[in-house]
Design a protein around this ligand. Structure first.
Ligand code: AMP
Length: 220
């Protein structure tokens, strides 16, 4: 069974690749950042408690994120495997995930680390525009991937595009620092276990997609 963790800094293309891989495998993706934003948009107690951290580009407290991920992992559609996008992001979350998987009698089969330089990550995040419909959230880039129909609207659902609150320079730089200090150590953590593959995220989307498919043993 495929239970795959996607690692990579913001702007590495991990969300796009998580979607494509999950479609090939026929498993759901758990897009953790998007799931947390939906929680904030619904105005739940948990959402309100997490909103400030997220707007500033800081990590939300691990116990809150755990709750959201554990709830989602307990749903039946994850029984045949899952692609985790955005969890874990710290060593303590990786350990918590191990415990969660043990309890569920599952294990992480592969970890994909999408590598990109800090400069490229900044370029991609600064130009990113996201569909404002929380059920869509399709990503665009003003330069590399603009919408084809209307420059301000989502091609898929027609909603207005917006810049994420955390895609502004101060929050971008905070998120990249957090990635370096908190998330990058997971590369060694999973590397030692022999389940990690590094893939350069600075290649065309289709090339990255193919290399990821090969890494998990699909033809591509
Ligand atoms: P993303 O859409 O993946 O960039 O995530 C958006 C925001 O959600 C992050 O900047 C964090 O505030 C929060 N977040 C997402 N995943 C996690 C996580 N694993 N742990 C803590 N906070 C998270």
């Amino acid at each position: 069974m495929y239970n795959i963790v996607m690692l990579g800094s913001q702007g590495s293309g991990k969300g796009t690749q998580a979607d494509r891989l999950a479609a090939k495998l026929g498993t759901p993706v758990i897009p953790v950042g998007q799931t947390l934003r939906a929680e904030v948009a619904r105005g739940t107690g948990l959402g309100q408690a997490m909103a400030g951290y997220m707007d500033r580009g800081e990590l939300a407290p691990s116990d809150m994120v755990y709750q959201v991920v554990a709830d989602r992992m307990s749903e039946g559609d994850t029984l045949g495997g899952v692609v985790l996008d955005g969890y874990p992001r710290t060593l303590d979350q990786a350990e918590a995930l191990d415990e969660m998987m043990t309890k569920l009698d599952r294990q992480i089969s592969h970890v994909i680390y999408l590598e990109i330089s800090k400069e490229e990550a900044i370029r991609r995040m600064s130009g990113r525009r996201v569909c404002s419909n929380p059920h869509c959230e399709l990503n665009y880039h003003i330069e590399f991937n603009p919408p084809k129909k209307d420059p301000n609207r989502c091609d898929r659902c027609g909603s207005l595009l917006e810049q994420r609150k955390d895609d502004v320079p101060e929050a971008i730089s905070r998120r990249l620092d957090t990635f370096m200090h908190e998330t990058a150590p997971l590369v060694e953590f999973y590397g030692k276990r022999g389940i990690l593959t590094k893939v350069s995220g600075e290649q065309p989307i289709e090339v990255v997609e193919k290399q990821i498919a090969q890494a998990v043993g699909l033809a591509g």
